[in-house]
Design a protein around this ligand. Structure first.
Ligand code: SAH
Length: 238
């Protein structure tokens, strides 16, 4: 696979242009050591990917030519992961792995039992970008600012997708059985709790708002395991 980079400037349909991105130029020049004529794929989140030939790479910018612009097809299930904030390294692991799996959105949620309350958004965005490039994604997942559990419920409800909350206490329909029975819509909001699990009030609030409460099996998974396993399972349905 050709190296892929997300860039913040809008790319032209065809022809020559100057890529004004220091980090990518540095990668092309000093890490990949590309020469004139070699190709990379650039992505600007516009719904297209651009196969480009390098013409002249400097330290801070690079002359490039668009060889082919390709439309990015249907991405399958659009999964928004509402992950309760967990310890920094675990949260970042969830962002990285679920980007590889194909999540479209990450909404960090501050839950009653959250031990940690914040997320380093800048660092997390870099992790997400690198994981998206490495795994060959054409769209960058969107990372939201942390929201309270109550707000998260509202945001999910207003988004119009199917709302699912994973809870490990009590008897709930398994995610697998639920997916088999239901013709899944393309947009799904998945809620995964923090290390300490959801409070009963949170589960009640979700239920009152017509969320489907699901089990991921009889074992208690760590939050990050639950996020990755359930995300993969849902995305693999389409
Ligand atoms: N400390 C809690 C476990 C929390 S697990 C306890 O001992 O009860 C963290 C989160 O992962 C949960 O809130 C839930 O969203 C998800 N999870 C873990 N195992 C699960 C299971 N078997 N079924 C459904 N959700 C699960």
């Amino acid at each position: 696979m050709k190296p892929r980079f997300f860039v913040s400037q809008q790319l032209p349909e065809k022809g020559f242009f100057i890529l004004k991105d220091r980090d990518v130029s540095h990668q092309l020049k000093n890490v990949l050591r590309l020469r004139a004529g070699e190709r990379v794929v650039l992505l600007d989140n516009s719904g297209y990917e651009y196969e480009c030939a390098v013409s002249d790479i400097k330290n801070r910018e690079a002359g490039m030519e668009v060889i082919e612009r390709r439309e990015i097809g249907n991405q399958g299930i659009e999964l928004a992961l509402y992950q309760s904030v967990i310890k920094k390294d675990k949260m970042e692991w969830v962002f990285q792995k679920c980007t590889e799996i194909g999540a479209a959105k990450f909404v960090p949620v501050i839950s009653a039992h959250s031990v940690k309350l914040g997320v380093n958004l800048k660092r997390s965005e870099i992790i997400i970008k690198e994981a998206a490039e490495q795994s060959g994604r054409s769209k960058l997942p969107v990372l939201f600012d942390p929201v309270s559990f109550g707000n998260a419920i509202e945001i999910a409800k207003n988004s119009g997708g199917l709302n699912i909350l994973a809870h490990n206490i009590g008897d709930h329909v398994s995610l697998k059985y639920f997916c088999e029975r239901k013709d899944l819509p393309l947009s799904i909001n998945l809620f995964i709790g923090p290390e300490g699990g959801y409070s009963e009030e949170e589960v009640s609030l979700a239920r009152e708002n017509d969320f489907q409460i699901v089990s991921l099996g009889k074992r208690i998974l760590r939050a990050e395991t639950a996020a990755i396993a359930a995300s993969y399972f849902l995305i693999a349905q389409k």
